[in-house]
Design a protein around this ligand. Structure first.
Ligand code: FAD
Length: 321
């Protein structure tokens, strides 16, 4: 492991790379980093990432079906198989800050410990913005879902609702129209001004599609599983009810990027801006991949692929002389 004498004369261990996050992105990068013999530490709060709550992941390539918990376990085991003097793993720990230092970067953990590293890869993902209405927690994963690509096919031939009138809402509706009986999109705004006109037009032209403006969800209803959504017409104040066996929520992502605020360039949604050719951020020496970045699509396979791309570039950066 590299050593650096700091300005205070203290010997500091200098890592090649710190990977932040133990979802599909971080773990993929960790496996590649270890095989390339980069002195790496992966630091994560939890294993598996966002789809850990999913009862059944059916699109992780090479695996027909796996629960979110088993997926997390599988990622952890794959990474831990490479644990040795070049790869260390610190789990159950949040990174609270990344700063530039004399020879690279200082990464501070929530418990106050610090690390020095030449390069950083941020794969801290995001959290789906939750629907905060009565019944939303009760029916989460019981008909209410935040991922159409993952759960949509379970609702084949059924009447479903989409909450959210941005691009994500319309793209979700487009996916669902391929196999559901009907899709009703609820948008709280007075116009569809947050989605591309071409997408809106295409989706609304479908015979089984309905979109309702000025519709503010107030409750998700059901017994064991979802049976519908209650919403308020924000113009008339009238409470209405829509029958649906599935409710797909697409009201935005909250990226986990607080620890690089002020250091990296972020977009209007606080996602890390990357160069999609290399995954480099606005600060040389820091890369980012997956759901914490300003990419359009969010899937496990995409995050791991992006993180591998980042790792290849990091390797060139650290080793090519
Ligand atoms: C309910 C649901 C179901 C889904 N199902 C599927 C599916 O079936 N198939 C599919 O392809 N995609 C699915 N997705 C999307 C998929 O989960 C994401 O695209 C994917 O998890 C993104 O991976 P990531 O590695 O970029 O980030 P994440 O999965 O978000 O992982 C981020 C990691 O970083 C850690 N972390 C965050 N902040 C810090 C910090 N400050 N310090 C240290 N660690 C930190 C977290 O603990 C986590 O381990 C689903 C999403 C949701 C919400």
């Amino acid at each position: 492991m590299g050593r650096v004498v700091s300005s205070y004369g203290i010997l500091v261990i200098m890592l090649d790379l710190i990977i932040i996050g133990g979802g599909p992105g971080g773990v993929a990068a960790g496996v590649y980093a270890s095989r390339k013999r980069l002195k790496t530490e992966l630091i994560t709060k939890e294993w598996g990432g966002q789809s850990v709550v999913s009862p059944d992941i059916q699109n992780w390539v090479g695996t027909i079906s796996i629960s979110g918990n088993d997926f997390a376990d599988m990622l952890k085991k794959h990474l831990e198989a490479y644990k040795d003097d070049t790869l260390t793993v610190t789990a159950n720990t949040l990174v609270s800050k990344v700063e530039k230092s004399e020879h690279g970067f200082t990464v501070t953990l929530q418990n106050g410990e610090t690390r020095e590293t030449k390069a950083v890869l941020v794969t801290s993902g995001s959290t789906r913005r939750k629907l905060v209405v009565k019944g939303a927690d009760t029916f989460d994963q019981k008909g209410l879902t935040y991922c159409a690509s993952c759960d949509g096919p379970l609702f084949s031939g059924q009447d479903v609702a989409v909450v959210g009138g941005g691009n994500a809402g319309f793209e979700t509706a487009a996916q669902l129209l391929a196999y559901t009986k009907s899709v009703t999109l609820l948008h709280r705004g007075a116009a569809f001004d947050k989605a591309d006109p071409v997408t809106i037009e295409k989706v609304l032209s479908h015979a089984n599609m309905t979109a309702i403006l000025n519709a503010e969800p107030t409750e998700v209803i059901g017994d064991k599983f979802v049976t519908g959504v209650r919403y308020k017409d924000t113009v008339t104040g009238e409470e209405k009810e829509l029958a649906a066996t599935g409710v797909f929520v697409e009201i935005g992502l909250v990226p986990n990027t607080g620890f690089v605020t002020g250091l990296l360039e972020l977009d209007e949604y606080k996602r890390i801006i990357i160069d999609p050719w290399t995954q480099q951020t606005s600060v040389p020496g820091i890369w980012a991949a997956g759901d914490c970045t300003n990419i359009k699509y969010h899937q496990n396979n995409i995050s791991s692929g992006d993180a591998v791309r980042a790792l290849e570039d990091i390797y060139i950066h650290l080793r090519a002389k």
